[in-house]
Design a protein around this ligand. Structure first.
Ligand code: NI
Ligand code: MN
Length: 228
């Protein structure tokens, strides 16, 4: 069982296996997320899928406030260490780490990546996160890719997949529905939609499309919690 809280755009808080994980915090500049209080976020680790500002904006402030470590690729973890003296756990695609009872595996994403100051940010990625009871795939910003078919072969069965569905910069919802098929997961939580006008999503259309494929698309309200 894990507790998932949606914080807007691609940001989530995930409580799993005794760890509090914060994913891709872009909150203070998200006009839809004004009710999320940054001071209430006290993660143990901040997971960054890639360096784009709409994924890393609040990582520094939160890490410095509560002592959270950054989990990301080598380049991003090194950047936070060098520029902000924030500790981290570096990874790269295909590797996994153990945080007590929680395993995090870094997986492929097809996208681009650069830090807000123009620094090289390595390759973008996604994460598969599990404990002894449940497993979640956080795709990050990505296109639909055949590499997703590897995930059910190398990770525990997924309880849920967090997939971008807003199109233009990532998959749209139809590709995301096929991605859910590739990773063998019926329960999807959508992200990376509605934040700005180009990402606007027709919620009903997307959810009906998933239902017709025998899948469920959960579109969480910002601040909403789900237990999966
Ligand atoms: Ni991006
Ligand atoms: Mn993005």
């Amino acid at each position: 069982m894990m507790k998932i809280t949606y914080l807007g755009h691609a940001a989530f808080s995930i409580e799993i296996g005794g760890q509090s994980l914060l994913i891709d915090p872009f909150i203070s500049a998200n006009e839809l997320a004004t009710e999320v209080n940054l001071d209430e976020l006290k993660p143990d680790y901040i997971l960054l899928t890639h360096g784009h500002e709409d994924h890393v904006l609040d990582a520094q402030v939160i890490a410095q406030k509560c002592g959270a470590k950054i989990v990301s690729n080598f380049e991003i973890v090194s950047w936070y260490a060098e520029h902000h003296e924030i500790e981290g756990v570096p990874m790269n695609i295909g590797g996994q780490i153990q945080l007590d009872d929680v395993t995090i595996k870094s997986v492929t994403a097809v996208h681009s990546s650069v830090l807000p100051d123009g620094s090289y940010a390595g390759n973008p990625g996604g994460f598969v996160i599990w404990d002894s009871e449940s497993c979640i795939y956080v795709a990050g910003d990505t296109a639909l890719t055949l590499d997703m078919q590897l995930i059910p072969q190398i990770c525990p069965p997924l309880a849920v997949a967090i997939l971008p569905i807003g199109d233009q910069f990532t998959m749209g919802y139809k590709d995301a529905c096929l991605a859910a098929e590739f990773v063998n997961c019926e329960q999807v939580i959508g992200c990376h939609y509605d934040t700005w006008e180009p990402l606007n999503l027709n919620h009903d259309e997307a959810q009906v499309y998933f239902a017709n494929q025998g899948k469920s698309l959960l579109l969480m309200a910002i601040g909403e919690e789900a237990y999966i």
